[in-house]
Design a protein around this ligand. Structure first.
Ligand SMILES: Nc1ncnc2c1ncn2[C@@H]1O[C@H](COP(=O)(O)OP(=O)(O)O)[C@@H](O)[C@H]1O
Ligand SMILES: [Mg+2]
Length: 195
């Protein structure tokens, strides 16, 4: 594999918050199809690195290359919920496509795609909750909808920042196989130790 095949190539990433040096030269390489786990105690800098790789936080130093087609090659799921409560479950799952300005498709097709993404995580939710406003959905189930949204986004790289930390363990373990097997989304919370 040449460097041109890598989805993420980060070298010497550094980040400080005030006097606190959080990332001190992190290297990270993610190839298509790989699954990485980023290990470190609370405050080690895992979320900081994920935010830098996904583009929501500026690094102080280091080189970062993201390779992928389309305007949004990365989908991130955080612990904090980012759903729009007044929209339906299906509309929330389809939201990344609307944001990217893809030509409108018929509502039925959009709903079918949302159902397929959600069914990978929870078949009962996909059957029963698709048209309900997110505001009516149980908090645990909202987290599953977040993960389904990332799976359905078509992104090539899926970054999971402990999105199942607050879920009961059967729910959390139910998410792992589908995230790992998710076809186009060669996934990854990342690899290097930052502690
Ligand atoms: N926006 C911020 N402002 C100041 N300090 C921050 C900010 N974000 C993270 N930190 C600090 O950076 C360190 C790493 O945080 P974080 O990346 O969230 O760790 P982890 O995800 O591994 O628990 C912690 O000491 C945290 O307090
Ligand atoms: Mg974190």
């Amino acid at each position: 594999m040449t460097p041109h095949d890598l989805l993420v190539e980060a070298t010497g990433i550094r980040k400080s918050f005030g006097a606190t040096s959080v990332l001190r030269g992190v290297d990270l390489r993610i190839a298509p199809g790989e699954i990485h786990a980023l290990l470190g105690g609370n405050g080690a800098g895992k979320s900081t690195l994920i935010r830098i790789v996904s583009g929501s936080l500026r690094r102080d130093a280091g080189d970062l290359t993201i390779r992928g087609d389309g305007p949004n090659p990365i989908a991130v799921v955080f612990q904090e919920l980012a759903l729009l409560p007044h929209l339906s479950v299906a509309e929330n799952i389809y939201l990344p496509h609307l944001r990217r300005g893809i030509a409108p498709v018929r509502a039925a097709r959009r709903r079918d795609e949302a159902r397929a993404a959600l069914a990978q995580i929870d078949e009962r939710l996909a059957r029963e909750a698709l048209d309900r406003p997110v505001a009516e959905i149980d908090l645990h189930e909202r987290q599953l909808i977040e993960i389904a949204r990332a799976l359905g986004s078509g992104a090539r790289l899926l970054l999971l920042d402990e999105p199942t930390a607050n879920l009961p363990s059967p729910r959390a373990s139910g998410c792992s196989p589908c995230c790992a097997a998710s076809p186009a989304r060669e996934s990854a919370p990342s690899s290097s130790r930052t502690a």
